[in-house]
Design a protein. Structure first.
Lengths: 162, 753
């Protein structure tokens, strides 16, 4: 019912965006995607869910008897709601920076790769080895072999708009 | 929340929240990167396949001209050589033409000197020389190729290989593995990397190379030399399957012809001719332990290995043409060097004895013949199935209009066999059941899991290994036996650029494995390569790798960015080249010519014109740089084109319609020129050039006046003698296909001969 309060054209735009993102992963052209790609799809549409939130969404859009595939008909209304209600909002830069500063207990302005790996692979919603390696390859300063997190955050955000 | 506040200054708790935040943020970022990569990928693939389709269309266009267009006799002569068999020589005469003996090797030559029969020392020396970018002298090239031709001629159409050598050897060791290498496409680094990881080919380390050794990469010739020399050294250690690029007509477009002529300026033509022979003599498939079928492209619902085993493969010089007819009499070879097992004297009617897969155990499965149709209709039907659009008239023309003593018609059996061959070399799998013509490539078909089940069952096989398609991870499984039409996807691995050695275990019910061994195929870091090892248990083990091009490892972000920029540039070029058509399409949505069009209409119109099946709305922000969505989602398309040309480095091409046409068809143009240049001299006459243009304009349905052509010609400095150097001409318009700037290498773009 909440959808009625938005102009129809706007909703239609949102539907198109969701449909486009979904199509990229619809390998068999039958309006289904592998459940393992749902996270990528949702995030590519600009949302920042946690893993836990992601699992909740998947539970919502899965079939009663999970097949490993998600149908577009079930995905669309859920995702539309996510976008309209701005669930899973982006993280402001300053907050992100603060997060790194918290981890930088010695307040040196940088983090050692071992330090960062320890946190990210042991705390919170832990990274896999793969994810950690990927991040390090982007974040590590090749000469000093540390992560200047302020630069890192800045670099990643600029890259976004390129 | 209150509870949280209470603990909010508790360090461990804070650390956890910080970690959560960073993880959440980073995963979002990685997802966006992934989707960009997928889009980039589909851009490259769709342009590549459109190019292949184009090639076949171009070839058929010439055929069409031959049938329906009545060009002046000189024009006719010009293109008829494509379809005429000028070679009525028999093998002895060919041997004479290919003779290397009169070629002298100067003292200044510092490369390897090969002696035949080859020994290990020769081959190691050759490998070293190639690694050091030395060119093998044409004398040795011809000699090597000559020996290869002799060897290949006696091989069956289908290699039969077993993982266990013979009963005399004591129990097979686990290390006796076959390695199947997929498409290499002239990527020398990948071949060397595989040899490094897996060992050099030998009787103990046998390899199957699954086609597409050449084109696109810059070291195709070297790859061939390496493969052939190892095969001569260890005939039971190297098995080669033909790919769709082992085809001189395809090579005209995709770079191999140019590479050979560039490297071997004096003897290049001879080498190319000999290679034509060799390609047609390459076996079509390999069967391992009678259970695993390895071939380049794929299968169709009519695939019949018995038929394939029986056909005379050397008659298919190019898969794009119907089979070469046999000369009336095959002379009996007067003994001598080439006779080993040559079938020479038998005459037309006797079928070659071939070591066939069927030892009386296969059920017969022939294509259904429809008895109510006439032979004519049946033939047409088959041709349509072959997907090559060869017209009935043309086949007759080919059959009849040559040497009068060779008027044997192309039979229905020929057409069946031709289709079998094309299917093997050109087909791709699809997730849905069924079998449909492969319109994207223009040849072969798309086949589904039900066809895989049938064909494998019919032939009592358990696995099909093929190549032909580039895969991001270097490999892909599909056609799960258990679940009807579901395609199983293998999770993408991390895209670090370090050299890795993952081995992946088999999914026992998967029936088709695609293997692709050329890493960085589209662009640096676009994909990995992989090869597969099969032991006696027939459990495929996959090994992935990536040949790194730069000494500094690129980060994930950089590699995606780079590939993406490359893809977008290619896409912009396509858009630019279709400017007139696009503007027409836009104006359909803008009847009052306001110059404005909605974003939705822009996407629809662009897809209608380009047929690339791309997610245009997603690409919108990249292709419409400053336009954005300023005026309520409306786009000023004239401004957009102006901007597009601005970003196009070949700025000068923006001006006339003629140049735009040329630019669009530049890869066709080069192919056409090479076709016209029959003797591969690198020169065509001014008159030939004009005629070429007239033919092309007929095809393009554009009006290009003789004046315009002359004007064009005069704007380039031609030699006063009226001959045009192809390279200089193409270079003048910068239409030579892109060679990546960081690649040095032996072949330089646009160097005059």
């Amino acid at each position: 019912a909440f959808l009625l309060s938005f102009p129809e054209a706007f909703v239609s735009e949102v539907h198109k965006r969701i449909s486009n993102a979904f199509d990229v992963f619809d390998h068999e052209f039958n309006h289904t995607v592998d459940v393992r790609e749902i996270g990528t799809i949702i995030r590519s549409l600009g949302s920042f869910p946690t893993e836990a939130e992601l699992h909740d969404i998947i539970a919502e859009v899965e079939e009663e008897e999970p097949t490993g595939y998600i149908r577009f008909e079930k995905f669309l209304p859920t995702m539309t709601k996510v976008l309209m209600e701005h669930k899973f909002r982006p993280i402001p830069d300053n907050l992100l920076l603060q997060a790194f500063e918290v981890l930088d207990q010695q307040k040196r302005g940088y983090l050692e790769p071992e330090e960062l790996s320890k946190y990210l692979m042991q705390e919170g919603e832990t990274f896999t080895q793969e994810e950690m390696e990927e991040m390090l390859s982007a974040a590590l300063d090749p000469d000093k072999n540390v992560i200047f997190y302020k630069d890192f955050v800045g670099m990643m955000t600029i890259d976004d708009t390129q | 929340i209150a509870a949280q506040r209470q603990d909010s200054h508790d360090p461990p708790f804070l650390a956890m929240r910080a970690a959560l935040l960073i993880q959440r943020w980073y995963r979002q970022y990685a997802a966006r990167l992934e989707i960009r990569r997928r889009c980039t990928w589909s851009i490259f693939q769709s342009i590549e396949y459109a190019g292949e389709q184009d090639q076949i269309k171009l070839y058929n266009f010439f055929g069409y001209l031959m049938d329906h267009f009545t060009p002046a006799s000189s024009e006719r002569k010009m293109i008829s050589h494509l379809f005429c068999e000028s070679e009525v020589f028999h093998d002895t005469e060919w041997e004479h033409y290919f003779c290397y003996k009169d070629i002298e090797v100067p003292d200044t030559y510092s490369g390897p000197h090969l002696t035949f029969p080859l020994c290990t020392h020769n081959v190691t020396e050759l490998l070293e020389a190639i690694k050091h970018k030395q060119l093998l002298h044409s004398r040795y090239v011809l000699q090597l190729l000559g020996e290869t031709w002799k060897l290949l001629r006696v091989l069956p159409n289908i290699n039969v290989v077993s993982t266990c050598q013979s009963k005399e050897i004591t129990i097979c060791e686990l290390f006796v593995l076959n390695s199947s290498i997929g498409d290499l496409h002239g990527h020398l680094e990948d071949l060397l990397l595989v040899f490094y990881k897996n060992g050099l080919p030998s009787t103990e380390t046998p390899y199957v190379f699954n086609g597409d050794f050449v084109d696109r990469g810059k070291d195709s010739m070297e790859i061939l030399l390496i493969l052939f020399s190892f095969q001569l050294l260890y005939p039971s250690g190297v098995h080669l399957n033909r790919g769709n690029h082992e085809d001189h007509i395809v090579n005209l477009r995709y770079g191999f012809t140019k590479e050979v002529l560039g490297k071997y300026k004096v003897h290049g033509k001879r080498i190319l001719k000999l290679l034509q022979k060799i390609f047609s003599q390459l076996p079509l498939a390999t069967v391992i332990d009678r259970k695993v079928l390895v071939l380049h492209g794929g299968i169709s619902d009519t695939t019949d290995l018995r038929l394939i085993a029986r056909l005379e493969r050397h008659r298919y010089v190019s898969a794009l043409r119907p089979p070469k007819r046999q000369p009336r009499e095959e002379p009996c070879m007067p003994g001598g060097s080439l006779s080993e097992g040559k079938r020479g004297c038998s005459g037309n009617s006797e079928r070659r004895r071939v070591r066939s897969l069927a030892r009386g155990t296969l059920p017969l499965c022939l294509p259904r013949a429809n008895s109510t149709r006439t032979v004519e209709e049946e033939l047409q039907e088959r041709r349509r199935w072959a997907g090559l659009g060869a017209s009935c008239d043309r086949v007759r023309y080919l059959s009849s209009n040559r040497d009068p003593d060779q008027d044997r018609e192309v039979t229905e059996t020929d057409m069946d066999e031709w289709k079998q061959l094309v299917d093997v070399l050109w087909s791709d799998p699809m997730p849905q059941d069924g079998c449909v013509p492969n319109k994207v490539r223009g040849g072969g078909c798309y086949w589904g899991p039900d066809v895989t089940r049938d064909v494998l069952q019919r032939h009592k096989l358990q696995l099909l290994i093929r190549s032909h398609e580039c895969k991001q991870d270097g490999y892909e499984f599909c056609h799960d036996r258990r679940v009807g039409d579901t395609q199983t996807h293998v999770r993408a691995h991390t895209h670090t650029n370090t050299y890795i050695g993952d081995a992946v275990a088999l999914y026992p019910c998967i029936q088709v494995l695609t293997i692709f061994s050329a890493s960085n195929y589209y662009e640096v870091d676009s994909n990995r390569g992989a090869y597969v090892q099969l032991g006696p248990d027939l459990n495929p083990h996959l090994i992935q790798y990536q040949a790194s091009r730069s000494s500094r490892d690129l980060t994930l972000r950089q590699s995606v960015g780079r590939t993406e920029r490359s893809a977008l540039q290619a896409l912009r070029e396509q858009l630019f080249a279709h400017k007139s058509e696009l503007i027409n399409a836009f104006q359909e949505f803008d009847p009052e010519h306001t110059g404005m069009i909605s974003m939705r209409h822009w996407a629809v119109a662009t897809e209608t014109v380009l047929h690339l099946g791309l997610p245009w709305r997603m690409l919108r922000s990249q292709l419409l740089v400053s336009q954005g969505e300023a005026q309520e989602g409306m786009l000023n398309y004239h401004d957009w084109f102006r901007e597009l040309t601005f970003t196009d480095p070949n700025n000068r091409l923006a001006h006339t319609g003629l140049l735009e046409t040329m630019y669009r068809h530049h890869s066709n143009l080069e192919t056409i020129f090479r076709i016209i240049d029959m003797d591969h001299s690198g020169l065509i006459s001014f008159e030939e050039f004009r005629q070429t243009w007239r033919l092309l304009s007929a095809h393009l349905q554009t009006e290009i006046s003789d004046e315009a052509i002359s004007g064009l010609a005069s704007s380039i400095d031609f030699n006063k003698d009226g001959s045009i150097d192809i390279n200089e001409f193409m270079e003048a318009f910068r239409l030579v296909s892109r060679v990546r700037s960081q690649e040095g290498g032996r072949v330089n773009r646009g160097t005059p001969p």
